[in-house]
Design a protein around this ligand. Structure first.
Ligand code: NAD
Length: 466
């Protein structure tokens, strides 16, 4: 098939599917469809839009088995984690639905009564909220339901049309999401899936869209920002992280080790907010390491369709080289390998869970996004040293401190430039809280009320009766 996208199963390396790529002409056609349809969608009562989204919510739950199997087939994500991702979307939908009317309601901020003496009528100042119009959502593959849903669900509720480009690595899930939304009553021209990789994404950005909502790497995010600059449209970038965690001298060590091992290895470390670097106070270092290794050695690696599997293959073959290079760089500079360190000798893109100690910040594993099952653990002598090291990357997505003293942890977290701060927890996202990154981790906010407002633009109404 010419200009086709091949979907490969990372666990078996078998071809799952091939489907045609949208070229520039197809992208322009899809844009035109969305542009024509959007005003009618925005003019519908909010209750109608909500009804469609609630039907989508029900279908996700009803069809979770088939949807999870599809996601696992194209990403290698363990089936229980695919199910968990899909089944967490309803909670996010509930938050958006509960708050949509409040956010869209016109806000009377000033009222001046009529003045019989001057003959002036009443004056009202009202803030109105208009949808942006037609937005592009270019998405990542690691959590297509989460990172896509954080954009397209509130965008649709707020009255926008969405051109959704799923990652080329989750294109089947992207298609399934589109079908489910259409079955739920979202018009075909209001949510349109665009199929392809970077070139298709670039073609989408050439259309006269009203906003770009992107999730992906810092490198691509920069290109998106440059492409969007001339348009002066809303640009939102949810990018990578090098998220640090610190275990204080007074931490509950066993719980911290179990929580951080999960934070580092869940979804094979392929989470934007995965724990990517761990610093441990020297007083609890040995105890922490022992508990951490016990947890890691208990993770079951294998066939991602097996409900007991915790670690499957990595989702993208080229990442195997990134991981091997980071390990080799660390070992060459004096790190100690406690386990793993290489691709497994079996079919599929499996990389053994890897723990490195005696690491430092000259090593790429402590500086560049790993996005895989490799973690560096560094011993520190004080809270001050931990804070300085945690601060030492250009990323700023999340940071975690484990310890019993709340004020001590908060004081440390305040010094870090991150969008999220965790005390005795990590790798956690809530629909009620803003999700945002600082520095190389991005621009703009999803989730929380801000994650609804971001799909709107304010209009100042000056209304004088005569
Ligand atoms: P990526 O940057 O390779 O691709 C992201 C999307 O951009 C894909 O859909 C891709 O086709 C598209 N794209 C690539 N080049 C483009 C171009 N020139 N113009 C337009 N579109 C283009 O990222 P990825 O590998 O899909 O995702 C992994 C990255 O995403 C990691 O860095 C991860 O941390 C980050 N991420 C961040 C968040 C967050 O909330 N901050 C969430 C999930 C993932």
């Amino acid at each position: 098939m010419a200009d086709a996208l091949s979907v490969i199963n990372p666990a078996t390396e078998a071809l799952v599917h091939e489907l045609p790529i949208d070229d520039s002409a197809a992208v322009a056609q899809k844009y035109a469809q969305a542009r024509r349809a959007q005003p009618d969608w925005a003019a519908l009562p909010l209750a109608d839009r909500i009804q469609s989204i609630l039907r989508f919510r029900s279908l996700l739950v009803e069809r979770v088995d088939a949807l999870a199997a599809l996601l696992t087939s194209e990403t290698g994500k363990p089936i229980t984690q695919s199910r968990s991702e899909i089944l967490a979307v309803p909670g996010r939908i509930d938050f958006f639905v509960e708050n949509a009317a409040k956010v869209l309601a016109p806000d009377l901020v000033y009222y001046e009564p009529a003045n019989a003496l001057t003959g002036m009528g009443t004056l009202e100042e009202v803030i109105g909220h208009d949808p942006l119009g037609v937005i592009a959502n270019i998405s990542a593959w690691n959590y297509p339901y989460f990172v896509g849903g954080n954009v397209f669900i509130p965008a649709l509720l707020m009255g926008n049309a969405v051109l959704y480009k799923p990652s080329e690595f989750t294109v089947l899930t992207g298609g399934a999401i589109a079908s489910l939304l259409h079955e739920s009553g979202i018009p075909q021209d209001i949510f349109i899936s665009v199929v392809g990789a970077g070139l298709t994404g670039a073609a989408l950005l050439e259309q006269p869209i009203d906003g770009i909502f992107f999730t992906g790497s810092y490198a691509t995010g920069q290109k998106i920002a440059v492409a969007a600059a001339a348009k002066l449209i809303r640009v939102q970038l949810e990018l990578g992280g090098k998220d640090p965690a610190y275990v204080c001298s007074d931490a509950k060590v066993a719980a911290a080790a179990a929580g951080l091992a999960d934070g580092a290895f869940y979804n094979n470390g392929q989470s934007c907010c995965a724990v990517e670097r761990i610093y441990v106070h020297t007083d609890v270092y040995d105890e922490f390491l022992e508990a951490f290794m016990a947890t890691v050695q208990g993770f079951k690696l294998g066939d991602p369709t097996d409900p007991d599997t915790y670690l499957g293959p990595v989702s993208r073959k080229p990442q195997l080289h990134v991981l091997a290079d980071q390990v080799a760089d660390a070992l060459a500079k004096g790190a100690t390998l406690l386990c793993g360190g290489e691709q497994l000798d079996r079919p599929g893109w499996y990389f053994a869970p890897t723990v490195l100690t005696e690491v430092d910040h000259t090593m790429t594993v402590m500086q560049e996004e790993t996005f895989g099952p490799v973690i560096g653990i560094q011993r520190v002598a004080s809270d001050e040293e931990a804070v300085a090291l945690m601060h030492d990357t250009p990323y700023g997505l999340t940071a975690a401190v484990y310890g019993t003293e709340r004020e001590r942890a908060i004081a440390m977290l305040r010094q870090l430039k991150t969008g999220s701060a965790y005390w005795n927890c990590c790798d956690r996202v809530s629909p009620r809280l803003p999700w945002s990154g600082r520095g190389h981790s991005g621009l703009g906010t999803t989730l929380s009320l801000a994650g609804l407002y971001t799909f709107l633009q304010p209009r100042a109404w000056h209304l004088r009766a005569v």
